[in-house]
Design a protein around this ligand. Structure first.
Ligand SMILES: Nc1ncnc2c1ncn2[C@@H]1O[C@H](COP(=O)(O)OP(=O)(O)OP(=O)(O)O)[C@@H](O)[C@H]1O
Ligand SMILES: [Mg+2]
Length: 235
């Protein structure tokens, strides 16, 4: 794999068992993503966006084909190897936030740093920075059940970014945010993309996200039907 290739997928097929039969959610996907790309997967509900993100993140496996992520083949890796790859190099923003209810905003965001064995002084510095990015300084000690949907989403976004991953996967990251917060978040993500060369893959329906993307891949019925790079002057 070339050094700036972050994701390389060939002939990916994903079948889910349904009843006694199979449903084919991804039919024959070829895809290459490079370092620093800011890519959106778009397409109708059920077209396979989340399925593709889950496979790239090693949360689900391919039925056929080869998947290489960050210079590692996911085809023959163990569960633990994939978990390690995720923990160190990837960030996830899920449709459902997956926050831990007994932890505060600060503690939820701190978790990836504890898992990566970052010392406490550094953890405090980096969590505070991430909390500031998403504008939650005044909610740092609140637990998720005391937060609005948008605040939960912003906490989840800070948690995905706090360890400065190489690759961030985001499934509808602005689904529960108003226009102002959506644009704020997209500006933060764009800044990280520019400054740290973090690669982003979004699954989204949100028109507000589209204007920030540098590449748009359209899925339909489990196939990539369009893939276009957006030139800066077009935006
Ligand atoms: N575990 C599963 N078992 C069976 N079918 C599944 C499973 N997960 C997904 N599917 C099916 O695969 C197809 C693609 O689902 P996916 O969640 O990837 O769509 P999506 O593009 O993310 O849609 P949305 O925009 O609604 O989030 C859908 O038809 C869905 O019903
Ligand atoms: Mg989805």
């Amino acid at each position: 794999m070339e050094s700036n290739t972050v994701i390389s997928i060939q002939n990916l097929v994903k079948r889910f068992p349904v009843g006694g039969d199979f449903f084919t959610a991804l039919k024959n996907v070829d895809l290459k993503l490079h370092k620093g790309e800011f890519t959106g997967l778009i397409g109708p509900s059920g077209s396979g966006k989340t399925t593709l993100l889950n496979i790239i993140g090693g949360l689900d496996s391919a039925s056929e084909g080869t998947v290489r992520v960050l210079d590692q083949s996911l085809d023959n890796t163990t569960h633990n190897e994939r978990a390690k790859l995720r923990r160190k190099y990837m960030g996830f923003i899920f449709q459902s936030y997956n926050l831990l209810p007994v932890y505060t905003v600060f503690e939820n965001i701190e978790l990836p740093l504890i898992l990566n064995k970052i010392d406490q002084a550094n953890r405090i510095k980096r969590v505070n920075q991430a909390i500031e990015w998403v504008g939650l300084t005044n909610k740092r000690n609140s637990k998720p059940n005391m937060l609005s949907g948008g605040e939960c989403q912003r906490t989840a976004i800070a948690r995905a970014l706090v360890h400065e991953p190489v690759l961030v996967m985001a499934d509808e990251p602005t689904a529960n945010l108003d226009a102002e917060n959506s644009h704020n978040i997209m500006r933060i993500l764009t800044k990280l993309n520019n400054e740290l060369d973090t690669s982003f893959v979004f699954a989204t329906h949100d028109e507000k996200i589209m204007g920030y993307l540098k590449r748009i891949i359209r899925l339909e019925d489990g196939n990539i039907i369009n893939d276009k790079k957006i030139k800066k002057e077009d935006v």
